[in-house]
Design a protein around this ligand. Structure first.
Ligand code: IMP
Length: 441
């Protein structure tokens, strides 16, 4: 029995939803499906690089910074201290929802005053450094300024936090200092790209205005969440990106700059690690990756193209075509271990309908020897030989299935094999983008 079928158990107390691959697993949909069981939905890392798609009765919502809980009227959504906030993106997203009759009032969205702000120089630096990098060094970032913002957070010298937006005078002094330094650094490092000089006065006015617009949403969210825990409220932590993009545990350096695994929750939300009682690991029935970096089970061929077209595998944030491949059980076992996954949600199973056979990567070999564990090291991963097992496919479209038992026998056999290889039960199977196309197993 999984989180979807249990009503009042530890699984519905405090849980987290994390992606186990390279992002885009469908976390937004599962968070949305689980929202009715929770009082709070919390983002704890990442920023506007994320793209969470939720479809409610045919209406599509693409969220980048807002937690998916904003679409459930009874939920309080929290942007935790570990998130990097681009206020322009956030306000545009909030306005977009208000225009569709789903205004997010301050009582339903709390933003940590300790979260860091993505500033114009972060986006400029992201673009300049990606453009200057050689083909082998390019990370293929989303160019949303994520890496430079986290770097400044760690460096502490020029960082701006959400709380700073509320003090116009202090903010303009910090911005003047940062612009002066960044203009000199960019001119020295990227002279050939002729970087546009940052205008501190205009930036200070723009960001002070964001502060005024967001003032009633800004809060001490650590205090808020710890009070919620003490009052036995139910909290769902929403991971962004996938575990293999985690800055510490992913395929470094081809990763994002935050802890996207469940390991990021205590630091990124200010709650004790033991607050998370149940971890739902989200995987696609196959694998995708955007940007550069190793991808052992990639199918850069007709199979990959078929998956991309059937699965509409183009980035929600950047529109880039995603690289596609078979399910990688070696990588998934690693992510299950580091996150402590209790149950799995298998997404986009419907995309595989029509394939004669379906592959699973069951092992890696390196220099003729089978590896006992996933090497989260880009150099080693680039050299591994994936071993594939092929299973019979199914021809039926499955997006109208209403129960697990309605799935074709071959699809159920495929899922049973995944369970066997991964050693964790599957609790949820998704056969289409809508809330209703979600089967409890
Ligand atoms: P950044 O997070 O923009 O710095 O990008 C670093 C890497 O993470 C790139 O390969 C991006 O394509 C990838 N990435 C960042 N966010 C997401 C996401 O939400 N889904 C999938 N890939 C992502």
């Amino acid at each position: 029995m999984g989180i979807l079928t249990e009503q009042k158990t530890r699984a519905s107390v405090n849980a987290c939803v994390v992606g186990l691959q390279w992002g885009d697993e469908g976390k937004g949909k599962i968070v949305d499906v689980l929202c009715p069981r929770f009082d709070y939905v919390v983002r704890y890392g990442g920023g506007a690089n994320a793209g969470h798609t939720v479809i409610i009765e045919g209406e599509k919502f693409a969220l980048h910074l807002l937690p998916s809980g904003v679409l459930s009227p009874h939920c309080v959504s929290v942007i935790g201290n570990g998130v990097v906030v681009d206020p322009a993106v956030l306000l545009t997203e909030m306005k977009g929802l208000a225009d569709r009759g789903r205004a997010v009032e301050p009582g339903r969205l709390r933003i940590s005053r300790s979260a860091h702000v993505v500033m114009p120089w972060h986006k400029q630096q992201d673009a300049l450094s990606e453009a200057a990098a050689g083909a082998a060094q390019k990370i293929g970032t989303t160019v949303r300024g994520i890496g430079p913002c986290y770097a400044d957070k760690a460096a502490r010298t020029w960082a701006i936090r959400v709380g700073d937006l509320l003090d116009a005078k202090g903010l303009s002094e910090k911005i003047a200092r940062a612009c002066d330094a960044k203009n000199r650094i960019f001119a020295a490092l990227y002279a050939s790209a002729a970087p546009k000089a940052l205008d501190a006065t205009a930036i200070a006015a723009e960001y002070a205005d964001y502060g005024r617009q967001l003032a009633s949403y800004i809060d001490d969210t650590t205090w808020l969440l710890n009070r919620a825990l003490a009052a036995d409220k139910r909290i769902l932590f929403e991971g962004a990106q996938g575990s293999l993009l985690d800055v510490d545990l992913g395929t470094y350096p081809f990763v994002t700059s935050s802890n996207s695994t469940s390991c990021g929750i205590p630091a990124g939300a200010g709650v004790p690690a033991r607050a998370v009682r149940h971890t739902v690991g989200i995987v696609k029935a196959y694998t995708t990756r955007v940007g550069t970096g190793p991808f052992p089970s990639e199918q850069d061929n007709e199979i990959g193209n078929t998956i991309r077209e059937r699965g509409h595998e183009y980035g929600t944030t950047t529109g880039r075509p995603r690289r596609c491949g078979w399910f990688d059980a070696v990588a998934a076992r690693y992510s299950i271990a580091v996150n402590g996954v209790d149950e799995l949600a298998i997404m986009l199973l419907d995309v595989l309908s029509g394939l004669k056979s379906v592959g699973v990567c069951t092992a890696y070999e390196l220099d003729g020897k089978e590896l006992p564990f996933f090497p989260a090291d880009a150099g080693m991963l680039n050299r591994v030989q994936p071993k594939f097992e092929m299973l019979p496919g199914w021809s039926e479209e499955i997006n109208r299935c209403e129960r697990y038992g309605d799935l074709p026998a071959a699809a159920r056999a495929y899922l049973a094999r995944l369970e066997e290889l991964l050693g964790v039960p599957i609790g949820i199977v998704s056969v289409g983008p809508d809330r209703r196309q979600t089967l409890a197993k």
